[in-house]
Structures are given as C-alpha cells and as structure tokens.
Design a binder for this molecule. Structure first.
Ligand code: NAP
Length: 329
C-alpha cells in the first residue's frame, strides 16, 4: 500500500517536514541522501554538515555547531516515528499516482512527496578550499555564506570571489564586519545587476581585483587563512594578498537533476513553486533551498518544510483515504 508521504532530503526543510508529518500521524518515510555523491551532493544533513558555528538559528543563545544541530533534528524526527532510509533516491516517477520513488532496486510508493534536496554551493575547485570534511580551512577562513559567517570576521580583511549579484551582496554585507573587502573577479566586467554593481563600487571598504583567479589558499596546515595567491589572467602574473577570510560566491546549484522533465523548474534550475510550496504536480511539494535562491537560511528552509507538511496533510485529508476527492490547484 502506498505511503502517505515520502520526504526526499534531510536538511532543515526535510527534518521539519518530517517532524510535522510524523506528529500529524502521516508515518513519513524520509530518504536522507545517505553519504551523498562526493563533492557534488552533500548527503544526509545537507549544507549545515559543512558549517561550523551557527549563531542565527533561534533557540541557541550561544550558537550551535551545524552538524550537532542536524543530529538533534534527526533525533527529534525519529522520536516521533519517522522512518529513515540512509541512501539516495536513484529514480522517481511523478507522472501518475501513487508516486514512485526508487532507491536502487527498492520501490516505494506514496500519495504525496515533499522534495527537500537543497542546493550545493559551487566551489572554485582548490584542494585546500573545501571545508571540514576534507580537513581544509572550514570555519577558520573559507565560507560560501557571508550571512552565516561574516560575523566571525569583525575587524578583519576578507576577500569575495565572484562577479554576480551574490558576490556583490556578500561583499556589501561583509563591510558591516570587516575593515576591508576585496572582490576578486575573473573578468574585467561584472555579471551583477547595475544597481548592485553601483552599490558595491560606491562602498569605500570594497576594492575590486579584476581579471584574477585564486590559485592557492594559505595556510591549511595551520587551519587558518592568512593569504591567497592570485593569478592575473590578463598578464599571467602572480601575487599574494593578505586576507583572513575567503567567501566563495560563484553561485549555487540546486539539486534537481532527479526531477528534470517531471517538475517545473525555473530558469536557474530551482523547482518552481506556486502558493508557497506547491509544485506543478498535485501532491508534490518542494521546500528549502531546492526552491529558494533568495533567502537560503536554515530557519527559512525549516519554515517552508513545516508549510509543505501542513499542505500535504490537508491534501490527504481533502482527498480522503480512497482518493475519491481529487485535489487540484
Ligand atoms: P551568477 O549570477 O551565476 O554569478 C556567478 C559569478 O561567479 C559570475 O560572475 C562568474 O563569473 C563567477 N564564477 C563562476 N564560476 C567561477 C569560477 N569557477 N571561478 C571564479 N569565478 C566564477 O550567480 P549568483 O551571483 O549566485 O546569482 C544567481 C542568481 O541569483 C542570479 O540570477 C542573480 O541575479 C540572483 N541573485 C539576486 C540577488 C539580488 O537581486 N539581490 C542576490 C543574489 C542573487 P563570470 O561573470 O565570468 O561568468
């Protein structure tokens, strides 16, 4: 018999959806992403597993380590009976109901599906840039989220890599904390919108370094960032830049490959949602970073996970046990 709800993914959105679904007696099954797929997917717990201190999740007045927060969320959903499969979904069929979800050769069927597969920050690709799990600098200096980590760079000098709106936004935000913010961009023109470009260029704390790429991050052995080796791509010359923080802002990739051709995606590949968390398929919801490229916060992801579970519950309730009252939106 088909399950009432399957939740795909286990970041703050997934766990919150599971919590609400479990407490509404929907007996949710969560497929948590397992160990992910190397650098491409993060696996169970999502982006917070590679974050150090989280100071902006309400309820933890002294902050909490990202992995510990995720572990607590996991235990909380298990306490209410969420069943968790520690693996990746390998195939999905949302073309008819019940929906079909495969984990390798095992098939699971469900009347509703909540997609919370998140997004992955893009990294430059330097071996020493990758945080925590590869023994890199992590919270000691390399980040992909100024809102999360900017606070740790009060009074310090930092660099942002990228030339898009995110890089401008991160650079401007970081001027609230840092004494100086370098923006390192690989070309001599920005991709960011005019208004964001102007705002960044007007800010006296921001200095642009054009036509340049970060070639090396120093010094992973000491687990602290002290400087960057830059290559000027126009002149092919190399120089050193002293900074204590590096913010990589070269874009995010939503983890939506599985749903291409089945769910409506926006032009950047995020799941398009209508009326908050509903996808274009009746009974399928999307919550968290997989559908949100604006806020990207643990707490906003958790909020949308809650909304998805409540919507799924109402959908099931309206449809009835036998699915006689078809819900359309
Ligand atoms: P984006 O627009 O794709 O820009 C990525 C930037 O990173 C580009 O400047 C790109 O350089 C650079 N880049 C990419 N790969 C790189 C690499 N390997 N090494 C060095 N540089 C690299 O991404 P985004 O800034 O995250 O924005 C994503 C979307 O969200 C956009 O549509 C944006 O407008 C929107 N957004 C809007 C706001 C806002 O309105 N407030 C804020 C944030 C984001 P090139 O330019 O050379 O390609």
């Amino acid at each position: 018999m088909a399950r009432k709800v399957i939740i795909i993914g286990s970041g703050p959105a997934g766990y919150t959806a599971a919590l609400y679904a479990a407490r509404a007696n929907l007996n949710p099954l969560m497929i948590d992403g397992g160990a992910g797929r190397g650098q491409e997917l993060l696996g169970a717990g999502g982006q917070l597993m590679i974050t150090t201190e989280v100071e902006n999740y309400p309820g933890f007045e002294h902050g909490i380590q990202g992995p510990e927060l995720m572990e607590r969320m996991r235990k909380q959903v298990q306490r209410f009976g969420t069943e968790i499969i520690e693996d990746l979904v390998t195939k999905i069929d949302l073309s008819q109901r019940p929906f079909k979800v495969w984990v390798n050769d095992d098939l699971y069927e469900a009347r509703t599906v909540i997609v919370t597969t998140g997004a992955s920050a893009k990294w430059i690709g330097l071996p020493e840039e990758r945080p925590v799990w590869e023994g890199g600098l992590g919270g000691a200096g390399v980040s992909a989220c100024a809102t999360c980590d900017g606070f740790f760079f009060r009074g310090k000098v930092v660099a942002v890599v990228g030339g898009g709106d995110t890089a401008m936004e991160e650079a401007i935000y970081l001027t609230n904390h840092a004494t100086k913010v370098y923006v390192i961009h690989r070309r001599d023109t920005l991709r960011a919108s005019k208004i964001m470009q102007e705002r960044a260029q007007r800010n006296p704390k921001i200095e642009f370094i054009w036509n340049s790429a970060v070639e090396k991050v120093h010094d992973p052995e000491r687990k602290r960032l002290s400087s960057l080796t830059l290559r000027n791509l126009a002149t092919n010359t190399v120089s050193d830049l002293e900074v204590q923080g590096l913010f990589v802002a070269i874009g995010h990739k939503p983890n939506t490959d599985l749903f291409a051709g089945q769910l409506e995606l926006d032009e950047s590949g995020y799941i398009a949602t209508h009326h908050d968390v509903r996808t274009n398929v009746y009974g399928v919801y999307a919550a968290g970073d997989v559908q949100d490229h604006e806020y990207r916060q643990a707490v906003s992801a958790a909020g949308s996970g809650c909304m998805a579970a409540i919507q799924a519950e109402r959908f099931l309730e309206t449809e009835g046990e036998d699915g006689a009252n078809r819900v359309e939106w």
